[in-house]
Write a protein that binds this ligand. Sequence first.
Ligand SMILES: NC(=O)c1ccc[n+]([C@@H]2O[C@H](COP(=O)([O-])OP(=O)(O)OC[C@H]3O[C@@H](n4cnc5c(N)ncnc54)[C@H](O)[C@@H]3O)[C@@H](O)[C@H]2O)c1
Length: 321
Amino acid sequence: MIEKTKTENRRKVVVAGAGSVGATFCYALAQSGLADDIVLIDKNEDQAKGQVLDLVHGQPFFPTVSIKVGTPEDYTDAQIVVITAGAAQKPGETRLQLLQKNATIVGGIAEDIAAHQCKGVMLIVSNPVDVLTYVALKRSGWDRGRVIGSGTVLDSARLRYLLSKNCGIDVHNVHAYMLGEHGGSEFAGWSMTHVAGIHIDDHCEMCGKCSDWKAERKVIEQEVRDSAYHIINYKGSTHYAVGLALVRIVAAILRGQNSVLSVSTLLDGEFGINDVCLSVPCIVSQGGVKKIIRSPFSKDELASLTNSADILKKAIDELKT
Ligand SMILES: NC(=O)c1ccc[n+]([C@@H]2O[C@H](COP(=O)([O-])OP(=O)(O)OC[C@H]3O[C@@H](n4cnc5c(N)ncnc54)[C@H](O)[C@@H]3O)[C@@H](O)[C@H]2O)c1
């Protein structure tokens, strides 16, 4: 085996924030064999040390990969920096206070990444992901394609899973996207949804499984929106599926896959929306978002997208005051 020694040839992924989501992502990434180097950074160094030690003991079972605790110097030659750092909501703390706290954390990390002359892509995961993607973009000063949020990639997976279960069709034969805000105003892009290669409207008309498929769809869409709350109520946080969703995004970037993913990206006039980050179908490849797909949304979908944009702009404005 020829070992890769030159740093520029190595696929290096740095994760800022070694909590549940950061570590679960590293675990899934190590198993995927996509990265040569995985580096974990946390302001609580013991936290990063503990996660790394736990992960490296899996080395005999992973494809060859280096996993270590890092420092901000590691940002310089990273192909991707994934930001999962954040503070949890404290009792009595308002949503805005939490937003301000996380904006300070993520904005500071984004500035640090830019200061270390990183040439890669920043992938924001910390919540509220759309607002924090906007903050990271502005604070880094990078081009919009290189600062992206995980957006509704996880929510789209949840939608595909629920449709698959409902229709009795393999999830890999269900193409569907949740769009807009990663949060309460997100919506299913039904105009883009295909089951078994058939547009969902035609599929539902033919299938006859649901007595009222239009009503059933609304139930499924709401279940996607409520998914995170259900999991958090049961066990406190979500980390497995988001870890896999992050591997999917990272694969598209490292392999230059041109994958269509609903990542959060800055809109600059697309769909009549400006200066806000939210999820729309994007072509993701080396360098991040290569292109925003101008999907011919229905009138209702466009209204939902605009509603998400208005909600997110309000949060961004609150942050500025
Ligand atoms: N976008 C999504 O789909 C999605 C899904 C699940 C969770 N999340 C979000 O991911 C974030 C992380 O969740 P978690 O469960 O891993 O939380 P966690 O509390 O387990 O981990 C957060 C980590 O960030 C670290 N941290 C805080 N400030 C830092 C700084 N300045 N630099 C480096 N590290 C710092 C903390 O020490 C902690 O280890 C949260 O904001 C959560 O809401 C997003």
